[in-house]
Design a protein around this ligand. Structure first.
Ligand SMILES: C[S@@+](CC[C@H](N)C(=O)[O-])C[C@H]1O[C@@H](n2cnc3c(N)ncnc32)[C@H](O)[C@@H]1O
Length: 193
């Protein structure tokens, strides 16, 4: 199976976007609620409709970059958010991005990749973070009956995958998941080591 930009573009065209919760993910918002420094440089890769970016931008986090390789979804975002800087809307492949951020947000991007891309995801994330930067967000703590995407996983697998390059600061059952995902997500904070 090839999960390229055509695959995802087609999903958006057919409105097969079951991953899109329609608003900013509560656990991610709670995390940002406890941060005072609004100048931090943030990346949301595989952003789709980027609801978290809209919310955080309105909260005063102006240094947010969003990235996706489906142009139409970024165009739609730009139309709806004319105040969001165009230079912070990145069109391209995550695996070709070169920059450094303080925080990278994970929200249904990891699970959208083929499992054999996971090691490459981990090392690209490491290289996209500043030395004390953090990768934060949600990972599924379940397996799906239908063949993916989404592709599931569990805590043990994630520890084995991330711990060579990251300090596992938090990786816990998420207490404030949206109701349909309750008990199936882990909230995590990984810091480059
Ligand atoms: C399951 S969707 C999640 C979208 C968004 N994070 C959300 O929760 O609504 C996965 C997104 O990742 C994007 N994507 C997948 N692989 C990508 C890659 N290699 N580079 C950039 N974007 C990618 C897809 O186009 C799609 O928008």
């Amino acid at each position: 199976m090839k999960l390229d930009s055509h695959f995802w573009s087609n999903k958006y065209k057919l409105h097969q976007t079951g991953w899109d919760i329609g608003y900013a993910s509560p656990p991610i918002i709670s995390y940002f609620d406890q941060l005072d420094n609004k100048d931090i440089k943030i990346l949301i890769p595989g952003c789709g409709n980027a609801h978290e970016a809209v919310f955080l931008f309105e909260k005063g986090f102006k240094n947010i970059y969003i990235l996706d390789f489906v142009k139409e979804t970024l165009n739609k975002f730009q139309e709806k958010q004319p105040n969001f800087p165009k230079s912070q809307i990145l069109y391209g492949d995550f695996f070709s991005l070169h920059d450094q951020f303080d925080i990278i947000i994970e929200q249904t991007f990891f699970c959208a990749l083929l499992p054999d891309q996971r090691k490459a995801y981990v090392s690209r994330m490491k290289s996209l973070l500043k030395p004390s930067g953090k990768l934060i967000g949600l990972l599924f703590d379940t397996y799906f009956e239908k063949s993916g995407p989404p592709f599931g996983g569990n805590k043990k697998e994630y520890i084995a995958l991330f711990s060579p390059l990251f300090k596992i600061k938090t990786l816990e059952k998420c207490y404030n998941s949206i109701p349909p995902r309750m008990d199936t997500e882990l909230f995590f904070i990984f810091e480059g080591n």
